[in-house]
Design a protein. Structure first.
Length: 144
């Protein structure tokens, strides 16, 4: 079952989770609840597979090094959820400043993320906890 549309704007932050090395709001129990790094890798793989085939947003990925993006996303999610990883990449604002992402693009990616989390078998409540950690990143993603 997909998360309610109300949560949708929060979820796209996953793909763009290129904030600091470790969020000040890291939730140490969430990393374990998610299933650790293997589960995060499964979600990110599913998200990237869906997003790169989604007619609404696939063009944003044409020039992207998907292997690098995958590594960055997994590390960021691992760090923000209290795992042992460290993310040292670009900030959200810098990574997305020139992309011109709209709310429609954001929502399309959220749908892909929700499908990836559902396919990975993440419980709804766990998905919600992750989305809540990522929610503040929205303002740096949507720029038009």
């Amino acid at each position: 079952m997909k998360a309610p549309a109300l949560l949708a704007p929060l979820a796209v932050a996953l793909l763009c989770a290129l904030g600091g090395a470790r969020s000040a709001h890291a939730d140490d129990s969430l990393y374990s609840q998610l299933g650790g790094k293997p589960a995060l890798e499964l979600v990110v793989d599913g998200l990237l597979q869906r997003a790169t085939q989604d007619a609404r947003i696939k063009d944003f990925f044409k020039e992207t090094n998907l292997k690098y993006l995958r590594t960055q996303l997994v590390d960021q999610l691992c760090a923000v959820t209290g795992g042992p990883c460290r993310y040292e990449g670009e900030t959200m604002a810098n990574a997305h400043a020139a992309m011109g992402l709209s709310q429609a693009h954001f929502n399309a990616l959220v749908e892909d993320l929700q499908d990836a989390m559902d396919a990975a078998g993440l419980p709804f409540a766990t998905q919600g906890r992750l989305l809540a950690l990522l929610a503040p990143m929205h303002r740096d993603i949507v720029t038009r």
